[in-house]
Design a protein around this ligand. Structure first.
Ligand code: PGA
Length: 260
């Protein structure tokens, strides 16, 4: 019964597959890549997002016009405007045509010292401006070996969602990305990925309620490829993927069309 309900919820949630280009592609290269991938990523069953470097947002927004592709940013600052040299505000993103923003990617947490508190401020600010956060969480290899994966991820989620209302939370996309699986070619097993995504959904149910837990979309990220996508995305609590390396290649078309 529980399993049947879970599968019903799974079918009700539209899959979302987002590319994370990271620090790759000049504006010229970005437009060429969009033109190469455009014919490969048509699939009405899924939301398709290209999260691109800030300087590529405007040319990419232009290049995806008339397609199913939405544009996302890879980061955003949590202040409205002012003396924050080098930062980009939610208004700037919105005006440039951005619909999604990756927040709290493990690379930003590690190299740019983003804390859970900063991540929370960014989530709140993005929601305030009608930009959908793709909120990243995930454990290191050491944490997995110590057996604290679920505790760690639950803590990241609880802090990230502070002061976020249930109605807002329903619109957030969570990306579970085990750090040891990012860019390593070492994809988590479907059981590992499903276990943590299910635990995240339980955590959302505890913070809010069953309806919010059933509505929120949870992606898996970490070395997703055209080969691994079908099995991963068939899991009860996995609603798509956040894709790094493979999002820069035609393989992204296979990932988006995992159900064909
Ligand atoms: P990967 O990156 O697909 O190259 O492992 C995923 C990510 O960092 O979002």
């Amino acid at each position: 019964m529980r399993r049947a309900l879970q599968m019903e919820d799974n079918m009700a949630r539209k899959k979302i597959i987002a590319g994370n280009w990271k620090m790759n592609m000049t504006p010229t290269e970005a437009v060429a890549l969009v033109n190469e991938l455009k014919p490969l990523v048509g699939n009405d069953d899924v939301d398709v997002v290209f999260c691109v470097p800030a300087i590529d947002i405007i040319p990419v927004a232009e290049a995806v016009k008339g397609t199913n592709i939405k544009v996302g940013a890879e980061n955003m600052y949590y202040e409205e405007k002012g003396a924050y040299t080098g930062e980009i505000s939610p208004n700037m993103l919105k005006d440039a045509g951005v619909a999604y923003v990756i927040i709290g990617h493990s690379e930003r947490r590690e190299y740019f010292k983003e804390t859970d508190e900063i991540v929370n401020k960014k989530v709140l600010k993005a929601l305030e401006h009608g930009i959908t956060p793709i909120l990243c969480c995930g454990e290191s290899l050491t944490q997995r070996e110590q057996g604290i994966t679920i505790d760690w991820v639950r803590q990241q989620i609880k802090i990230a969602f502070q002061n976020v209302t249930a109605d807002q939370a329903k619109t957030v996309v969570i990306a579970y990305e085990p750090i040891w699986a990012i860019g390593t070619g070492k994809v988590a097993t479907t059981e590992q990925a499903q276990e943590v995504c299910a635990a995240i959904r339980v955590c959302i149910g505890e913070i809010y309620d069953e309806a919010t837990a059933a509505a929120i979309r949870i992606q898996y990220g970490g070395s997703v490829s055209g080969a691994s996508a079908p099995e991963l995305f068939a899991q009860a609590d996995i609603d798509g993927g956040l894709v790094g390396g493979a999002s820069l290649k035609p393989d992204f078309g296979k990932i988006v069309n995992y159900n064909k």
